[in-house]
Design a protein around this ligand. Structure first.
Ligand code: PMP
Length: 445
């Protein structure tokens, strides 16, 4: 038996939070609803470590849900943020960091000629969708079950991430008119895509997909699937929007796109069939601050205000501190970092799988670059229906035993685990040491 976790201080903060904030949290997955127990209230973070208000340390495999690719409070990022903040917090005018960050993104992802900076992934996908509708003069959007693109009205149907974690069909408050313009298709199913386009191709403005889904757990595109998305959309005059908010600058120096062209070699689920029209980015490119982007070909981006008729704006867009954090983070994302991320992901995912196998726990590990997740069912998992067929109770027991062992996993089995460049031998050893008891807990139905 592991000792009772110490959570008195976390509980006290959460209780106060509940009085003034719904559920005591500002984003639903943080509430531990799927796994039960007390969310740990974090006081500070450094490298691979989180420290909670009870003074306990955890190895962090959440990484703020993706952004913290260099680890927490990386010295270079901290220095850049401190320098930028000392010069002013927000100007509401053009500033140089915005240009530098845009140049960095454009130089890494060749089909992206221009970007517009925004403050969240949700804004990025919402704006990309508006641009696609404005450019095509069509209203319908196709999304895939289990993909999450932020809490945009049109994109919440059968979404992954928190919508999946909380087992919701979508969200109350989405107008029927908006939901009615969204077609939800099963992921990795070319026949379903072709059938939808055969029926309504002339109405479809865009297909939006996660470049490699990570919000139903990690479910990479099957060989040729991304190519099929490109072929079918192009044939019907619809745009293809690749949401790289999670994969961007995480799967390679240039994201999922880079798996096609980068040092890791072509991925059979990559963009070989031609580049998407629009991309969305977030998470890593903000380095833990609110910065995100959407971008694509210059002729498409020219339709945005002030040059074109598609309106889009933001008081804090291109914020000088957030862009400094993003720029310093991207500059730290070199080939050596990706090599180390792959190694850490290999070590952790292999050890987790071995521990679960030893206890006879049905599971499958799926990878996309250094992103990986463990489904508590036999694999392979190629779509949302299969992801939903896992034993979430077994995951909950595993999760809490890991937490008791000093490892903070994402509190849902529908999420990717994120490693960072700061996960050194000592941090990895804590994970390896926690796994046997966690696997026993998972097995102990
Ligand atoms: N798209 C994807 C693929 C995401 O993973 C997320 C967030 N998890 C979003 C969009 C939304 O980003 P944000 O939470 O910054 O609004």
């Amino acid at each position: 038996m592991s000792p009772q976790p110490i959570t008195a201080a976390s509980e006290a903060v959460i209780a106060r939070g509940r009085a003034v904030t719904p559920g005591g949290v500002n984003s639903p997955v943080r509430a531990f609803r799927a796994v039960g127990g007390t969310p740990r209230v974090i006081r500070e973070a450094s490298g691979p470590w989180l420290t909670d208000v009870d003074g306990q340390r955890y190895v962090d495999l959440v990484g703020s849900w993706g952004p913290m690719i260099l680890g927490h409070t990386h010295p270079d990022v901290l220095a850049a943020v401190t320098r930028a903040a000392a010069r002013g917090f927000s100007f509401g005018t053009p500033s140089e960091n915005e240009v530098l960050l845009a140049e960095e993104i454009v130089s890494r992802v060749a089909p992206v000629e221009q970007v517009r900076l925004v403050s969240s992934g949700t804004e990025a996908t919402m704006s990309a969708l508006r641009l696609a509708r404005g450019a095509t003069g069509r209203d319908v959007v196709v999304k895939f079950a289990g993909c999450y693109h932020g809490h945009v009205d049109a994109l919440l149907a059968e979404a992954g991430s928190g919508v999946a974690t909380l087992a919701l069909p979508g969200s109350a408050g989405v107008p029927a008119s908006s939901a009615g313009e969204t077609l939800v298709l099963p992921y990795n199913d070319v026949a379903a895509l072709e059938a939808a386009f055969a029926e309504r191709g002339g109405e479809i403005a865009a297909v939006i997909t996660e470049a490699s889904p990570g919000n139903m757990g990690v479910v990479p595109p099957a060989p040729g699937y991304t190519e099929a998305l490109r072929r079918v959309t192009a044939a019907h005059g619809a745009l293809l929007i690749s949401d790289e908010v999670m994969t961007g600058f995480r799967c390679s120096p240039s994201g999922w796109y880079g798996l096609e062209t980068g040092p890791q070699g072509a991925h059979p689920g990559g963009y070989a069939g031609g580049a998407p029209d629009l991309f969305t980015f977030g998470k890593v490119m903000g380095g833990g601050f609110p910065a995100a982007a959407f971008g694509g070909r210059a002729d498409l981006m020219a339709r945005l205000s002030p040059d074109g008729p598609v309106y889009q704006a933001g008081t804090l867009s291109g914020n000088p501190v957030a862009t400094a954090a993003g720029l310093a983070t991207l500059r730290g994302c070199d080939d050596d970092l990706y090599r180390r991320l792959q190694q850490t992901a290999d070590t952790v995912s292999t050890a987790a799988s071995e521990a679960l196998t030893q206890q006879g726990v049905p599971h499958t590990v799926q990878r996309a670059g250094s992103m990986f997740s463990i489904f508590f069912r036999e694999g392979p998992v190629t779509d949302y229906a299969a992801a939903q067929g896992q034993d979430t109770a077994a995951f909950g027991r595993f999760f809490h035993a890991m937490l008791d062992g000093g490892v903070h996993l994402p509190p849902s089995s529908f999420e990717s685990w994120f490693v960072s460049g700061a996960h050194d031998e000592a941090a990895v050893q804590v994970i390896l040491d926690a796994l046997p008891a966690a696997a026993r807990a998972a097995a102990s139905a």
